[in-house]
Design a protein around this ligand. Structure first.
Ligand SMILES: *[C@@H]1O[C@H](CO)[C@@H](O)[C@H](O)[C@H]1NC(C)=O
Ligand SMILES: *[C@@H]1O[C@H](CO)[C@@H](O)[C@H](O)[C@H]1NC(C)=O
Ligand SMILES: *[C@@H]1O[C@H](CO)[C@@H](O)[C@H](O)[C@H]1NC(C)=O
Length: 435
């Protein structure tokens, strides 16, 4: 009996212990789960906070990051640029300065291209309740209206397609001050013209343009296609600095000689720099005196008298003079007279004013604004018109041979410049040469 009671008691005690154990187990599990949950939540909260610490907190931070990325991109472009154009700088200081000029030029190119994209003006006709008195007036109005429509179409086409393209070239790290060294002082061409002795007024029997209109001439003309134009030269030689020898490059009478004697030669600009004592070598010169020099002394070939981009101490003229020039004529300062000389006689020597955006010119038809041509010019430059044409959009242009190397501009050193509007004085001082 007591044994039975004891057994019963032991049974209920065992039950009780089991119940307590279960409760403890459940509690411990719950605590464990809670701890686990708390740990996970805690750590995820922490990592979220870390993320917040690493990321920018404000718009300003984003702007700074943009700037850094842009700077990095500019640095990358500068590295590419140095390799492409074989640039070598003397020290870190120069490199930093070049980088800064390069960066400014890049920003300017971006601005210019943006502006070109946005500059297309649109022209349109408005609708009005027009009433005419009779059929005759109506016909006349119609004809005027039709012409205006065509003109509007032409203008819109022109505005839409005339975009000039700007880009990076080897001068992108060159300051405007340095660039000026490749140019002549502002206004110099005009001054030379007034005082010229060798360049003569065009005699009447050569003035064939009289009584003609633009329609009488070919729509497109290019002396390069006739094999009388030498490859574009460079006034600058890497390492030798920049030389204001455009007057000597343009004064060479290669094309006039080739047209007369059917023999194309590179003629020596260096001979003019060294030997023409009436001019100032790399510090500039006067076409009138240069032409007179060539007329009297002739020129050696470029190969026999190579270019070194600076005036040497003595004139190294040594026989083998090949070329001379018979005459130089002042043409009338208008589109028709220039075209007439081009088509009948040869390339035309010109002077222009150079605004800063001519430096990064990279394509299209260059049409600097009047404001740039009047107020922002860096200097004057002498070049040769070798042809002309009209774009698909109806915009007329000159084909101009420059002397800034074959990497500048288009078609290995050339550019197209707006024709017929005397852009930056391009039609002001045309000179025709005969060998
Ligand atoms: C320029 O022309 C394009 C294409 O015709 C046009 O989409 C754009 O709005 C024009 N821009 C301006 C400023 O008129
Ligand atoms: C003139 O010089 C260039 C190199 O600068 C050369 O390729 C060319 O054959 C030379 N002669 C003529 C007639 O162009
Ligand atoms: C003159 O020209 C001939 C060939 O035309 C050449 O062999 C010679 O080296 C030239 N002389 C000088 C001094 O340049």
């Amino acid at each position: 009996m007591p044994n039975r009671i004891f057994n019963e008691k032991r049974g209920s005690l065992k039950k009780l212990i089991n119940q307590i154990l279960t409760i403890i187990l459940v509690t411990v599990s719950l605590i464990g789960l809670y701890l686990l949950f708390a740990t996970v939540m805690g750590s995820s909260k922490k990592s979220y906070e870390n993320l917040e610490e690493r990321n920018p907190k404000s718009e300003e931070d984003y702007l700074v990051m943009d700037e850094v990325a842009k700077e990095y991109e500019t640095m990358r472009k500068f590295e590419e640029y140095k390799i492409k154009f074989g640039k070598k700088y003397n020290n870190q200081e120069e490199e930093n300065q070049r980088y800064s000029t390069f960066k400014t030029q890049l920003e300017e190119i971006e601005r210019l291209n943006r502006q070109e994209k946005l500059s297309n003006t649109t022209f349109g006709v408005n609708e009005f309740g027009k009433k005419y008195n009779n059929q005759e007036e109506e016909n006349q109005r119609y004809s005027t209206f039709k012409n205006q429509l065509e003109e509007i179409e032409r203008l819109n086409r022109h505005e839409h397609l005339s975009n000039t393209i700007f880009g990076v070239n080897e001068f992108a790290d060159m300051s405007d001050e340095e660039f000026k060294k490749m140019l002549l002082p502002i206004g110099s061409v005009k001054k030379y013209k007034e005082n010229s002795k060798f360049i003569k007024p065009l005699p009447q029997h050569l003035e064939k343009a009289n009584g003609h209109s633009l329609d009488d001439y070919p729509a497109h003309f290019d002396w390069r296609e006739k094999g009388v134009v030498t490859p574009v030269k460079s006034q600058a030689i890497p390492g030798a600095g920049y030389c204001g020898s455009c007057w000597a490059a343009a004064a060479t009478v290669e094309s006039a000689y080739a047209i007369k004697y059917h023999e194309l030669k590179n003629l020596s600009s260096q001979q003019l720099l060294d030997c023409d004592q009436s001019n100032n070598g790399c510090d500039g010169g006067d076409d009138d005196k240069a032409f007179e020099y060539v007329h009297e002394h002739g020129l050696m070939t470029w190969e026999d008298y190579p270019y070194v981009a600076q005036r040497q101490n003595s004139c190294l003229l040594h026989g083998n003079k090949t070329t001379s020039l018979a005459v130089a004529y002042q043409l009338n300062p208008d589109e028709l007279s220039i075209i007439d000389w081009l088509v009948n006689y040869g390339p035309v020597n010109i002077g222009i004013n150079v605004p800063p955006d001519m430096k990064p010119y990279a394509g299209g038809i260059y049409h600097p604004s009047d404001y740039d041509c009047m107020g922002k010019i860096l200097g004057t430059h002498a070049l040769n018109i070798v042809g002309y044409g009209t774009s698909d959009a109806g915009e007329k242009y000159w084909i101009i041979k420059n002397s800034w190397g074959q990497n500048w501009g288009i078609e290995k050193g050339y550019y197209y410049m707006a024709r017929g509007i005397n852009s930056c004085g391009v039609e002001d001082e045309p000179i025709g040469l005969l060998a």
